[in-house]
Design a binder for this molecule. Structure first.
Ligand code: FAD
Ligand code: NAP
Length: 539
């Protein structure tokens, strides 16, 4: 073994898995069941990932719970009861705890441990993984299950250190209950997290001031107790619905639209959008017509439909206009599902501050200063999002062949083969990495597909006595070009969002997820495996 900055003797494992969310838990289960020696490393104190960290009031999934759960084990599907159509964070966390207990997964994890550096050792063909606190591990494979939305974006507003009140980020919400009774709470950010937390804060706090930079499109969740008939049908038909999800565009079974929004009458369009709006689905309205994410004029029909709903719900016309999203195509920032979001602005204790009109200047001792006034606050909530998709990977200090840092390899944007593998980084696999459908899908479907594909590859390498495998430069270049080409045929890249990295100052602006669809992507991955892992080289 080559020398390493940290001279502690490395513990040996076949695979190091980083992360204990949906992805890390399933990876450990699957690889361990196949007889491999697996060590999981997790920065948090327990399992859950997203659902461990995002404990803000109102946090819940926006994919139906029956589909936002594992499908790999029939008994697990049949024994777990989801309480709601879209279940809340405590229920999702309870589910992941149940999975950890059921498959005895915790014994393979080191919690409260953060990977700070990982080096590929060219001589031994192994990864040397160093953790904060001085631990070192050596493993043949390094699999990142670090999540696409796990690195909270720090608030980019000056003066926070001066603030005399309490502040928190939705992505790292305190473990204990936060008492907001009688408090004046400010919220910066109106993405999915802000849209979920604001209505609940408005019910519990004396006053809520929302600082909005960009108005978002959100649709009603129409949440409620889960339909027992649906549960019964999905259990009886298992795995039919899950198979349909795997073959679909977004990891959710849905009819494929055949019509253009522009080929039908306005009456027909409005009737279709209304029916979809009333279903309470994330992709309902967006999948009414095939060209809503392809053609500006088609998209405008759906965008205008949603804008009109906002104008109906919000009583004050000027306030409604401030909440109406403008200037980008509906669906090109990730849409949101809400419960009472727009209606919350009819409450007397809620105020909207439009940062486009009165930009944010900074944080003062008393609260938030805009160009127009100072807003005194007791509590300030940052719902400002994440350094998404690449952020958790580039923060890990990963170094490949010849000590090349991942940050250097990706300095102009991520280059991957299938979103799974990076040239010069042998035996490293990135679950839901850039260039895979990941965040453009029901992520549990995408996670299961990646975990199974990666595990099969690792097991096949063992059987064949292959020490290292890595994507070729050509395969990664071609795949990355394909990811861009498919994206450019849509409206997505036109919009600044966390999909493109535009939300993080200084981050290269590249559309990161694969928009080709979950079903198509799965077929491509399966073909690569069937063709003896075409596009990879082994040693
Ligand atoms: P995560 O759950 O993010 O877990 C990654 C783990 O890796 C974290 O616990 C983190 O602490 C750990 N980690 C990261 N870096 C290191 C390191 N260097 N060392 C040690 N540990 C590290 N997706 C959907 O499809 N539907 C939804 O409804 C949905 N709702 C969401 C709601 C919220 C509030 C958020 C933030 C995301 C949501 N997502 C949703 C996306 C969600 O992240 C995924 O669905 C899924 O939970 C990701 O699982 P994961 O295991 O890949 O990653
Ligand atoms: P987000 O979508 O990135 O939203 C962040 C918000 O903060 C945006 O409104 C952004 O405005 C604003 N913002 C960021 N920096 C700011 C600054 N310096 N000053 C003022 N405003 C600032 O983040 P998110 O809401 O946490 O959601 C991220 C993703 O997580 C979602 O898209 C979704 O995939 C997932 N999620 C899902 C759910 C769910 O319903 N299941 C809930 C939460 C999160 P701009 O748009 O102008 O940048």
């Amino acid at each position: 073994m080559t020398t390493h900055p940290n001279d502690a003797t490395p513990a040996e494992a076949d695979v190091v898995v980083v992360g204990a969310g949906f992805a890390g838990l399933y990876l450990v289960h699957r690889l361990r069941s196949a007889g491999l020696d697996v060590v999981g490393i997790e920065a948090g104190s327990d399992v859950g990932g997203t659902w461990y960290w995002n404990r803000y009031p109102g946090a819940r999934c926006d994919i139906p719970s029956m589909l936002y759960s594992y499908s790999f084990d029939e008994d697990l599907v049949k024994e777990w009861d989801w309480p709601e159509k879209y279940s809340a964070q405590p229920d999702i966390l309870a589910y992941l705890n149940h999975v950890a207990d059921r498959f005895d997964l915790r014994r393979s994890f080191r919690f409260d441990t953060r990977v700070r550096r990982a080096d590929f050792d060219d001589h031994t063909g192994r990864w040397i993984v160093a953790t904060e606190g001085g631990g070192v591990l050596s493993a043949r494979h390094l699999v990142t299950a670090v999540g696409a939305l796990s690195k909270s974006k720090p608030p980019e507003v000056p003066g926070l250190e001066r603030f005399a009140g309490r502040w928190m980020h939705t992505g790292a919400w305190p473990q204990e209950d936060v008492d907001l009774a009688g408090k004046h709470v400010g919220v910066i950010g109106t993405g999915s997290s802000g849209i979920q937390v604001i209505p609940i804060l408005a019910e519990g706090a004396a006053k809520v001031t929302v600082f909005q930079r960009t108005a978002n499109f959100t649709l009603p969740a129409k949440n409620g107790p889960i339909d027992p008939a649906l549960v019964e049908r999905m259990r009886e038909d298992y795995p039919a619905e899950h198979v349909a999800a795997r073959r679909s565009l977004f990891g959710i079974p849905a009819e494929r639209p055949t019509k253009s929004a522009l080929e039908v009458s306005e009456e027909e369009r409005t009737a279709t959008f209304t029916e979809r709006w009333n279903r309470g689905e994330l992709i309902g309205v967006l999948s009414s017509y095939y060209d809503l994410l392809l053609d500006r004029a088609a998209n405008e029909t759906a965008g205008e439909f949603v804008r009109d709903r906002i104008r109906e719900i919000v009583e004050d016309p000027a306030l409604a206009e401030a909440l109406v999203p403008q200037g980008y195509a509906f669906g090109t920032k990730r849409p949101c599902l809400d419960t009472n979001y727009y209606a919350t602005y009819n409450r007397p204790n809620v105020r909207l501050v439009n940062l486009r009109e009165t930009p944010l200047v900074g944080i003062t001792e008393a609260g938030v200063q805009t160009e127009a006034e100072e807003h005194p606050l007791d509590v300030l909530v940052f719902a400002t999002g994440f350094d998404a998709i690449t952020g958790p990977l580039t923060a890990m200090g990963i170094h490949g062949r010849d000590g090349v840092p991942l940050t250097e390899a990706w300095k102009h944007g991520p280059v991957t083969y299938l979103g799974l593998s990076v040239p010069q980084f042998p035996n490293l696999f990135t679950v839901t990495g850039p260039g895979s459908p990941s965040v453009l899908s029901n992520m549990v479907v995408s996670i299961e597909q990646h975990v199974e594909w990666i595990s099969d590859l690792i097991l096949s390498m063992r059987e064949r006595g292959v020490a290292t495998i890595e994507a070729t430069e050509v395969a990664a270049k071609d795949w990355t070009a394909h990811v861009q080409e498919v994206a450019e045929a849509t409206l997505y890249p036109e919009t600044d969002s966390w999909f493109t990295g535009a939300n993080v100052p200084g981050k290269p602006k590249v559309f990161m997820p694969y928009v080709g669809g979950v079903g198509r992507y799965r077929r491509i991955c399966d073909d690569v495996a069937a063709a003896d892992y075409r596009g990879f080289v082994t040693r």
